[in-house]
Design a protein around this ligand. Structure first.
Ligand SMILES: Cc1cc2nc3c(=O)[nH]c(=O)nc-3n(C[C@H](O)[C@H](O)[C@H](O)COP(=O)(O)OP(=O)(O)OC[C@H]3O[C@@H](n4cnc5c(N)ncnc54)[C@H](O)[C@@H]3O)c2cc1C
Length: 466
């Protein structure tokens, strides 16, 4: 296998595939709008979409620092699935039934994204193969079975548990001892979705200004170097970049995730791997991996790599560390030895937003007109759509056009969380946590014990994850 010719950065492989777009015109000066959305990723664009569909005469402006899809929405693994960060904590805070409603809403959200993409003629290489998560150690298998039971208890009665042989018949992962599969997932091309969405909302009459970084958000004001947009509602949809906004440094931690994409693999390799169902594929490691078989028969595979940059820094146009490329390549070959000779065409990274309690939220502060959605951790491809429909309902409720809805009653609405610690504690905490996860994964690989390594359990507790 060769990484000599690997392109590192260039935002992501998905842009190498599609071409990097020219940015739309920046904000020409001061302006007004009914709603100003800061950030042109899935959250911002879905929100613009649903608001404009609900009230076509609304004057909506999206302000985007670079170009739509520059962030995680143009770099992700393309798992459109029903996971939502924080569901189990919401069950503890608001009761099991409330969390079941949240899960049900997420299941429906996968269908909703597929439906709207078809309705708006957005061809995003969507393939509904579900999500397959595999275990390859006794400890992972024990976690997988627990996870499977918990998901069923939250209403996913269509989930299927598979043994070693059945798993390898689907996807031939070396050493797999079992898997859990849910139909509530699909594979997609992230950039095709985000670019399709941007074009759709623009065609509906939404104004998008790119190359326009917002420096500060205040009630009814979004300040940029080129002018200020005044609007009764200002919605912050900046996820992993939120720390760059004035006053938001410790709100959500920008966590890195990195990916590699192989060259298109020949039939001979696919004959040994299988993966005809094109399920999205993950594992049960603490520092977990995620992968998809792309429409053009590559494997795109991601994992944590170096988890966090000091001072909430972000990457430079998606460049990742050479050591991370090697680590992801090792996972690829361990999973699929038949890829040992394959070229790695591209490597990249991006940031996700992580709140202090690891719970995604959507909020509209009715006293200021400020709204936000995010903190999705690694599960935003579908969750952004649910957040957007919820922001629409919250705004319609606030402006007297409707009452409370099923979405505004979901337990993640209006959730408050404390801020992250100042540096160097943030850096030490996150790096310590992932060092513990990696050590636990290594020990679990060689241990015949079925229990989760205690180091990982302790790291989860210290990080506030459970
Ligand atoms: C490598 C990677 C793999 C992932 N894989 C998956 C996956 O397979 N499945 C899944 O469910 N989730 C995945 N995620 C998470 C998912 O991609 C995100 O949760 C989701 O895209 C978040 O969308 P967003 O619109 O909230 O944020 P983003 O897509 O990050 O968009 C934020 C936008 O705001 C802009 N912006 C930031 N600051 C400002 C400012 N001050 N002024 C103006 N504009 C600003 C940015 O340029 C950016 O375009 C992954 C994330 C990464 C990084």
């Amino acid at each position: 296998m060769s990484t000599v010719s690997t392109v590192n950065g260039g935002i992501s492989f998905w842009y190498a595939d599609r071409g990097t777009p020219l940015a739309r015109e920046p904000l020409p000066g001061d302006a007004t709008a009914d709603i100003c959305i800061v950030g042109g990723g899935y959250t911002g664009l879905w929100t613009a979409y649903y608001l404009k569909k609900a009230v076509p005469f609304l004057n909506i402006t999206v302000l985007e620092a670079k170009f739509c899809g520059y962030g995680a929405s143009g770099r992700n693994g393309g798992w459109l699935y029903n996971g939502i960060a924080g569901r189990d904590r919401y069950a503890k805070l608001h009761g099991h039934e409330a969390a079941v409603r949240l899960q049900q809403a997420m299941n429906e959200t996968v269908d909703e994204v597929v439906r709207v993409a078809a309705e708006e003629n957005i061809d995003a290489d969507i393939h509904r193969g579900g999500v397959l998560e595999v275990a390859y150690t006794p400890a992972q298998l024990a976690r997988l079975k627990d996870f499977h039971s918990v998901e069923i208890a939250f209403g996913e009665t269509d989930r299927v548990l598979r043994g070693a042989r059945e798993t390898c018949e689907r996807v031939n992962v070396t050493g797999a001892v079992g898997s859990t599969w849910t139909p509530h997932g699909a594979r997609l091309h992230p950039v095709k979705l985000v670019q399709g969405l941007a074009a759709t909302v623009e065609a509906l009459g939404v104004t998008i200004h790119e190359s326009t970084p917002v420096t500060e958000i205040k009630p009814k004001h979004a300040h940029t170097p080129y002018g200020t947009v005044r609007a009764p509602y200002i919605l912050r949809c900046t996820e992993g970049f939120t720390a760059n906004l004035k006053g938001q440094r410790r709100t959500w931690l920008p966590m890195n995730s990195s990916m590699i994409a192989t060259e298109p693999l020949p039939e001979s390799v696919w004959d040994t791997i299988g993966w005809d169902g094109r399920e999205t594929l993950g594992d049960m490691a603490h520092a977990y991996m995620y992968a998809q078989r792309t429409a053009d028969d590559r494997i795109a595979l991601g994992g944590r790599g170096v988890p966090y940059r000091f001072g909430s820094g972000t990457d430079n146009d998606g460049r990742t560390q050479p050591a991370t490329i090697e680590a992801l390549r090792d996972i690829l070959v361990r999973f699929f030895p038949a890829t040992a000779g394959a070229r790695i065409d591209h490597a990249w990274s991006g940031v996700l937003g992580v709140p202090r309690d690891w719970c995604a939220t959507v909020t509209l502060d009715r006293s200021t007109g400020l709204g936000w959605a995010g903190g999705y951790v690694g599960s935003g491809v579908a969750t952004t759509n649910l957040a957007a429909r919820t922001l629409r309902d919250l705004i319609q409720q606030d402006s007297g056009q409707s009452g409370p809805t099923e979405l505004t009653a979901l337990p993640w609405v209006g959730h408050k969380v404390r801020r992250w610690e100042p540096e160097p504690f943030r850096w030490l905490g996150v790096h310590g946590m992932y060092a513990a996860y990696r050590a636990a994964d290594r020990r679990e690989l060689t241990s015949p014990r079925a229990g989760t390594d205690p180091v990982a359990t302790a790291a989860d507790r210290l990080a506030g994850r459970h």
